[in-house]
Ligand binder design. Structure first.
Ligand code: ATP
Ligand code: MG
Length: 431
């Protein structure tokens, strides 16, 4: 035998036992988006490298060390998208979606980052992203937070996630703050680690984000952005928190929250959990009023966030919050009990699917002995088995067997079958 080829490290297959949970999650998101009036956008997973360099920032973890960049056959530098916002802005600009109009968009799909794979951190992972364009007030920031909060509520996660909030101010205020911060860091140069020294000139705000414990006391005393906000950003933040208060959404103001991408301004937020170890951020975003202009458009205010599907699925699993509907179990396994009844079973299966559009019925195919058929029925995970032998066929009947309950099997009339199954699956007992 030749050597088996394996998947790439950090890139996972989604196997059939997990896909019902993903579908459940994605279904919840899709419905939620349409309830809030957000439209889906789909963009290619590959873009010109320059798009990400210009939007995410040259001196960020993503651009410096995480991108999958390659030359295609024409010699162009292309990159597998590491996140969705840049592509979304690129597409919106390219198709004139931002010209004198507002947009509320969402997307979903795989993202690629060359990180060290571990629980909750992969090289191909999946995000749901939400973006709005053309709206500058804090009302849309609040709506986005409420939308995500509603998702947590629907999934049963509300008590397990915390909202962290900060403001990064306007570009000008941030530039002034940056100078103050650089002065401070320079006066503590001996305490900075190598990464931070490098960032000192390129991206000093990110030093605040450092997880190095040796730097923690020095960082705790650093000048705070919140004290250097411009008046408009301060007002924006106050109005946002007032709206969240009025809506009963709890939050923690985290003054060190700066986010890993350069394009953010004013509002930034993260939803975090303590149930997943160090991969605790399940959803993150903020305002990026400067990005559209940075990518060649006229200035358009924008806000958005992205959530990591793998981390949310892990969280649902860890907290045992997977509802029955997300387990993908069959209702009925229908067995012809010999070759002679196979055609009739095929037709009966179709009749039942016609009558009961939500019924999950699998037909036994592939023959086999009586024993192996029953074994397959058992393994199918279905609640009920319907047996169609030659006797049953002659009487226009089927035999109903309960696969998960200790109940007597019984004969049922085929003509009343749809009705009987409906009551059975609704949990009613039969007369
Ligand atoms: P982290 O600090 O955990 O690296 P990030 O700030 O790089 O996250 P964002 O770029 O804001 O993450 O992406 C939004 C969300 O996407 C994250 O909150 C997380 O849930 C998810 N995410 C990011 N990177 C990965 C990854 N490598 N594997 C799985 N999920 C990820
Ligand atoms: Mg990261």
């Amino acid at each position: 035998m030749s050597k088996k080829i394996q998947a790439i490290r950090g890139m996972n297959d989604l196997l059939p036992d997990q896909s019902p949970l993903w579908q459940y999650f994605e279904g919840q998101v899709r419905t939620l988006m349409s309830r809030y009036g957000y439209d889906e956008i789909r963009t290619p997973i590959v873009e010109q490298t320059a798009l990400f360099k210009r939007s995410i920032g040259e001196v960020t973890d993503i651009v410096e060390k995480e991108m999958y960049t390659f030359e295609d056959r024409n010699g162009d530098s292309l990159t597998l998208r590491p996140e969705g916002t840049a592509s979304c802005v690129r597409a919106a600009l390219e198709h004139g979606l931002l010209h004198n109009q507002t947009q509320r968009l969402w997307y979903q799909g795989p993202m690629f980052r060359h990180e060290r794979p571990q629980k909750g951190r992969y090289r191909q992972f999946h995000q749901i992203g939400v973006e709005s364009f053309g709206l500058e007030g804090p009302d849309i920031d609040a709506e986005m937070i409420l939308l995500s909060a509603r998702l947590w509520q629907q999934l049963g996660l509300s008590e397990h996630v915390t909202l962290e909030l900060n403001s990064l101010g306007s570009a000008e205020a941030r530039a002034a703050y940056r100078d103050t911060l650089v002065d401070y860091f320079e006066s503590h140069y001996e305490l900075l680690d190598e990464d931070s020294r490098r960032r000192l000139t390129s991206n000093p705000l990110r030093i605040l984000d450092s997880k190095n414990p040796d730097m923690a006391p020095m960082l705790a005393d650093a000048p705070r952005m919140i004290d250097h906000l411009d008046a408009e950003s301060r007002d924006h933040f106050a109005r946002l928190t007032a709206m969240l208060d009025a809506a009963g959404i709890g939050y923690v103001v985290n003054l060190r929250l700066v986010r890993g991408l350069d394009y953010y301004s004013r509002t930034v937020f993260e939803w975090t959990t303590t149930a997943l170890g160090s991969q605790g951020t399940v959803c993150a975003g903020g305002r990026y009023d400067g990005l559209v202009e940075q990518l060649g458009g006229k200035p358009v205010p924008a806000v958005g966030f992205a959530m990591g599907i793998e981390r949310l699925i892990l969280l649902l699993d860890t907290l045992e919050l997977v509802p029955d509907e997300a387990r993908g179990e069959l209702d009925v396994y229908l067995l012809p009990m010999g070759e002679a009844t196979e055609p009739a079973a095929l037709l009966l299966a179709e009749r039942l699917r016609e009558a009961l559009p939500t019924l999950r019925l699998q037909l036994h195919c592939g023959g086999g002995s009586f024993k192996s058929r029953i074994k397959k029925a058992d393994r199918s995970g279905a609640r009920l088995a319907l047996l169609l032998g030659e006797d049953e066929l002659a009487e226009n009947a089927v035999t109903l067997k309960f696969l998960r309950e200790d109940r007597e099997q019984r004969r049922l009339d085929q003509d009343a079958l749809a009705e009987t199954l409906t009551s059975l699956l609704a949990g009613e007992t039969l007369a």
